[in-house]
Design a protein around this ligand. Structure first.
Ligand code: HBZ
Length: 831
């Protein structure tokens, strides 16, 4: 609501009392929940009790809207978006729900009057870490925007009992601790024990004749387990719409496994129960496919099968016959992880609901859409035919049949091009036969999209070139976005207030293009001063947080130079490290030089089995130890690794950054979304022309972006010509001396071998061309330092970055999906 149009305070008060949103109602609700749910009174309540009471008080206020939405959606004719994702990373719910309900201030005052520390209560919440990184977080941003844009939708996924591991740093190394996020209860979810579906595995198929004499297939499984729904409400910002995040928990199916009990095998029956529950036990902590892990394939089929059965149930409950399924639903596949849904829908329509192949396929290929998130060949999911067949014998038959129909079409279209047929097949036949999940997803979907303009082009011209030749209209781009509710309003209330005051309204929160209104004030020295104060305050907060957790003290006046994302060689944290070592050597050589102070801040998890990524973390900490303790450096540069980077901790980072490191090798990062989060909070970007960086630079203006490095085209040209990293090492004396310093043992207490695997890989292979971009990166960092000296100019650039971030709201992305891909309409629920 714009501030100018706010109703009279008295009206607001009356309205808030009626809806339970008044301060008095919140206080009463809080005390009631503390008493009746936690069984505590104020004097003996633990911080966790207080958090639970606050969460239930907030949830109570969402429930009415939730019921209303569910009732309205039940009767509506508009299409429902089903977002299938193996991962969701929503972040803590409490603060976000208060923002979306519009009661942050009232709740803060209510807490204050009860003598409570509200920030401490909010900090109590455990993070639901049900994802690895960008892909899972994107799903959460999209859920927020779907609700805010009032589009009926359900997010379907897995209720992992253990999410992504908690990261601690011991002796500089990453140590993984299990993430028992449900230990103290989860006030946001509502179990739905009656919404339960059987999921079948293994066994064999057989032919039989139905009563009409038609030949049919029956799947006789070896194992059946149940999926039970757990629902979390996802409230839109400032609207009545509440959508559903429906996560499935695996349970033993009494009817099946407990047959063993009847013949006296009690131990066997209990064992079967434990095995069933393993399926939703833990998230695979790898941001690449798990090669050959049977449990992972079981997880994928588990949530996909429950979700499709749930949609069919909803179809029968609302519109009726399955013929209109593709009118009622659209299913978005978040990467290939849920692409078994294509075969599962075919199976259910044919084997359970009597449809013939053509009718079933017509529905199936009109209902699915697929988003690709990577071009890296090692990240493309395939499953060996033998494992697939053992676990899902009926689905393998269906995949073969889809393939047969599809390849017939390809052969007719490209006469005699058997090479192309081989490349496009759903089955890879070179070596061990494998099912190509990406090909299945493309063939089974009516729309395929990449996640940034450059990435979508590369999808068409490289990864799926053959498919694009065949079906050019199937391919789209939807550049990613992030929700300004979480990443501005929740994470950075100071900046949000300043923006609203400057623009005269908080309309920008639902319409991020309105940030453009800031441009008119970009030269205003009053705003400059306040902008600077807001940034410094966030830097002080972060410095205190890091001091408390790591012992490293940062100077709030220094450039806060931040790289926070999964640790991966293609993201090139080691390029950042080489620059740090360069700064260090320069300072050692001329201690009196006038260098701009910098705080280098890293955050991110490494996949537990990814040795090189773990070695990079160790090197960051090793370099930090030497630099931070070198009296000659005297705090001029500091290096710190933030442990356990996740949504919650990230919220401390984005507001405090001056410089955002987006330095992946061009052509490798599909989009990136951290780049958007930093920029929205007034950090300037140092980056390559990769992923969404390209579009960020277009929007903010090239004069407000620090660009360096090879373009994607230059990268592939260099690779075609033959890339020899050792030539850079031999020719560039500074580069050589930086790498040699790592090998000298300075950062490893004299051990000259510890970091050898990393430095050898750089000098001899360097698959992500760190050495080729080194010189350009150092030069660009020197520009950054010079630019930072001119505070006025820097602040102006920072304001313009924020002002021009409208495009990167996930609201824009969801509008594009709704209009061009899903063809769905908003369905407002009045407040
Ligand atoms: O998806 C990321 C991309 O790397 C990033 O560029 C993009 O911005 C983001 C959203 O589109 N991809 C991932 O985060 N991928 C995974 O986390 C992943 C997890 C399990 C897998 C494979 C990939 O089996």
């Amino acid at each position: 609501m714009s501030m100018a149009q706010s109703p009279e305070p008295l009206d607001v008060d009356r309205e808030r009392t009626r809806t339970g949103m008044s301060k008095t109602a919140l206080k009463q609700g809080f005390l009631d929940n503390l008493f009746y749910i936690q069984g505590r009174f104020r004097e003996v309540a633990t911080p966790h009790d207080l958090y639970m009471a606050a969460a239930y008080t907030t949830r109570d206020r969402i429930l009415e809207r939730w019921i209303k939405s569910a009732q309205r959606y039940k009767t509506n004719q508009s299409r429902t978006v089903c977002y299938l994702s193996a991962e969701f990373l929503p972040g803590p719910h409490l603060a976000n729900n208060l923002v979306n309900l519009g009661i942050v201030e009232t709740a803060t005052e209510a807490a204050h009057e009860l003598g409570l520390d509200f920030d401490a209560i909010i900090a109590e919440e455990a993070e639901p870490g049900l994802g690895n990184g960008g892909l899972g977080r994107l799903a959460a941003c999209f859920m927020d925007s779907l609700s805010t844009l009032q589009i009926p939708s359900i997010g379907y996924g897995i209720r992992y009992e253990f999410g992504i591991f908690d990261q601690t740093i011991e002796d500089g190394w990453q140590v993984e601790k299990s993430d028992n996020w449900l230990r103290n209860g989860n006030p946001w979810e509502i179990p739905r024990p009656k919404i339960r579906f059987p999921v079948l595995y293994g066994g064999y198929t057989e032919q039989y004749r139905d009563h009409d004499g038609r030949s049919r297939t029956r799947w006789v499984p070896a194992q059946i387990i149940d999926g039970v729904a757990y629902d979390t409400p996802i409230l839109g910002y400032g609207v009545g719409n509440v959508n559903l995040l429906r996560l499935w928990k695996a349970e033993a199916s009494e009817s099946f496994d407990f047959q063993a009990f009847n013949v006296g095998d009690y131990y066997g029956a209990v064992h079967a129960k434990i095995e069933a529950e393993t399926i939703s036990k833990v998230l695979y902590p790898n941001d690449e496919p798990e090669a050959g892990k049977e449990l992972r394939l079981k997880q994928q089929f588990f949530f996909v099968s429950c979700s499709i059965q749930d949609m069919i149930r909803l179809q029968f409950n609302t519109v009726g016959p399955l013929d209109s399924f593709a009118e009622k639903f659209v299913i978005q596949l978040n990467d290939t992880h849920p692409s078994l849904a294509i075969a599962e829908l075919m199976r259910l329509l044919m084997d359970e609901h009597d449809m013939d192949w053509d009718r079933a396929w017509d529905i199936t290929h009109r209902v699915f859409c697929y988003t690709n998130h990577t071009l890296l060949p090692e990240a493309l999911e395939t499953w060996s035919v033998s494992l697939f067949e053992r676990l899902l014998p009926r689905h393998l038959e269906i995949v073969y049949e889809i393939n047969r129909h599809f390849l017939d079409e390809v052969r007719v279209h490209f006469l005699g091009d058997e090479d192309r047929v081989r490349r496009m097949s759903l089955i890879a036949e070179d070596g061990e036969r494998r099912v190509r999940m990406a090909n299945l997803a493309v063939v089974g979907s009516r729309a395929v999209n990449g996640v940034a303009a450059l990435h979508s082009e590369l999808v068409k011209t490289t990864l799926f070139k053959d498919f694009h030749d065949f079906w050019p209209d199937r391919f789209h781009n939807v550049t990613n976005g992030v929700t300004p509710r979480r990443f501005m309003v929740v994470a950075n209330p100071r900046l949000s207030r300043l923006i609203s005051e400057t623009c005269g309204s908080d309309d920008w929160i639902r319409d991020l293009d309105r940030l453009r209104d800031l441009e008119a004030h970009a030269m205003d020295s009053g705003l400059h001063e306040r902008w600077h104060e807001v940034k410094i305050a966030a830097k002080r907060d972060l410095a205190a947080w890091l001091k408390h957790r790591t012992g490293v003290l940062l100077d709030p006046e220094a450039i806060f130079d931040v790289q926070a994302k999964r640790i991966h060689e293609y993201k090139r944290q080691h390029l950042n490290l080489l620059h740090i070592i360069r700064c260090y050597q320069r300072l050692k050589q001329s201690p009196n030089q006038d260098m701009v102070p910098r705080a280098f801040i890293f955050g991110g998890k490494a996949a537990p089995g990814y040795f090189m990524a773990k070695l990079i973390i160790k090197l960051i900490n090793a370099v930090a130890e030497v630099i931070n303790n070198d009296p000659q450096i005297n705090g001029f540069i500091r290096v710190v690794f933030m442990p356990d980077f996740n949504v919650k901790n990230g919220q401390h980072l984005y507001p405090a950054a001056n410089l955002s490191e987006q330095i992946s090798l061009a052509g490798k990062e599909a989009s990136g979304t951290g780049n958007m989060k930093f920029s929205m909070n007034g950090a300037l970007t140092i980056g390559t022309l990769d992923g969404a960086n390209v579009e960020i630079r277009e929007e903010v203006g090239k004069e407000n972006f620090f660009l360096f490095g090879m373009s994607a085209e230059e990268v592939s040209q260099r690779q075609r010509e033959g890339y020899h990293p050792w030539e850079h090492y031999a020719k560039d004396a500074e580069l050589k001396s930086d790498i040699d310093l790592i090998n000298s043992g300075l950062f490893s207490h004299g051990d000259t071998q510890l970091f050898r695997p990393l430095t050898d890989r750089l000098v001899n292979q360097d698959p992500f061309m760190v050495l080729a971009d080194y010189r350009a990166y150092i030069a660009c960092q020197d520009h950054v330092a010079e630019a930072y000296r001119d505070h006025r100019h820097w602040t102006r650039m920072s304001i313009l970055n924020v002002a021009r971030m409208g495009k990167f709201s996930s609201d824009r992305a969801i509008r594009e999906y709704a209009e061009h891909i899903w063809r769905t309409e908003p369905h407002p629920i009045d407040l």
